[in-house]
Design a binder for this molecule. Structure first.
Ligand code: AMP
Ligand code: MN
Ligand code: MN
Ligand code: MN
Length: 285
């Protein structure tokens, strides 16, 4: 029997800033040949039940996940929680705390955009936010595209909503230690998401990985949509040196907004210990 697996552990639905319903995401992943899928919405677990049902009916192994927003040394860092118990109360309380800050931040983003001459952004973003508890920058970006200020979402992020540009605001997300301990407390594996995307120099990156391990982090996302081959090899090597497991995830957000569809990623380099080994081996938790 052909047992080649296609494992994709980082995907979004419209419960956060993705475009598809959880069941639609699972259908797309299944049609791409994904055998194991994690839904990892930002700061919310509301899509997991629908996705799990769809995965079950399509014969896809489903992993419950979440992507937790963290502020570390004034940088926004994302920590994936994989294979979590999505009913664990401390994790749920922590995520609720993060979500409660999002609306107030959205109001500040809208005020900054208004100063730059773009009005109605809060209402506009909310029209794109399927889940009003998660208003995220892509919802603003979609509104800015609608208003004709940029061609598409990536073009918005070149001119707006990022440090130094109109519509950017500082925000304080969860502490790294809290995010990691909520995930572990819910039986999950904390994985440092897309490390190649942070603007950190080599020594700050080392410090981030040191502190992540110190806090109880267990894995690094080695293969993800925007990592170059050099970054894949660099983070694979870092994972091996630091005794961390390696993850593979597309960070898919929806048609037209993502470079890669679910499952369309290169494999992990062979020296890596795949994070999915931890599902069956609690000594790796
Ligand atoms: P937020 O959690 O509200 O700060 O929104 C963060 C999300 O914005 C990320 O998860 C991405 O989906 C999206 N994003 C951030 N930077 C970019 C970028 N440069 N291009 C496209 N999407 C981006
Ligand atoms: Mn996102
Ligand atoms: Mn992320
Ligand atoms: Mn993501």
């Amino acid at each position: 029997m052909n047992s080649i697996k296609n494992i994709d552990l980082h995907n979004h639905s419209r419960v956060s800033d993705g475009l598809l319903a959880p069941a639609e995401l699972v259908q797309l992943a299944a049609s791409n040949g994904v055998t194991t899928l994690a839904l990892t919405d930002h700061d919310d677990v509301d899509g997991l039940e629908e996705a799990a049902l769809a995965a079950n009916s399509l014969g896809v192994e489903f992993i419950k996940g979440v992507e937790v927003s963290v502020t570390w040394a004034q940088h926004t860092i994302h920590v994936l929680g994989l294979n979590i118990d999505s009913r664990e109360s401390t994790l749920l309380g922590g995520l609720a705390g993060i979500r409660s800050g999002r609306m107030e931040r959205a109001e500040r983003i809208a005020r900054e955009l208004a100063k730059a001459g773009i009005s109605g952004a809060l209402e506009g973003a909310l029209r794109y936010a399927h889940n009003p508890n998660i208003v995220a920058r892509p919802h603003f970006a979609r509104y800015l595209v609608e208003q004709g200020v940029a061609r598409d979402v990536p073009a918005v992020f070149k001119r707006f909503l990022v440090k130094g540009k109109a519509g950017y605001v500082k925000h304080c997300w969860a502490a790294m230690g809290d995010a990691v301990s909520w995930i572990r407390g819910a039986g999950g594996i904390p994985v440092l998401a897309h490390p190649g995307r942070y603007s950190l120099n080599r020594s700050a990156m080392d410090f981030l990985m040191d502190e992540f391990v110190e806090a109880g982090g267990r894995g690094i996302e080695v293969v993800t949509c925007n990592h170059t081959q050099e970054q894949v090899l660099f983070f694979a090597d870092q994972a091996v040196r630091r005794g961390l497991m390696a993850s593979r995830g597309s960070d898919y957000h929806g048609p037209g907004e993502s470079r890669l569809e679910p499952g369309k990623l290169p494999p992990l380099p062979p020296q890596c210990i795949p994070v999915w080994q931890a599902w069956d081996d609690t000594s790796l938790h």
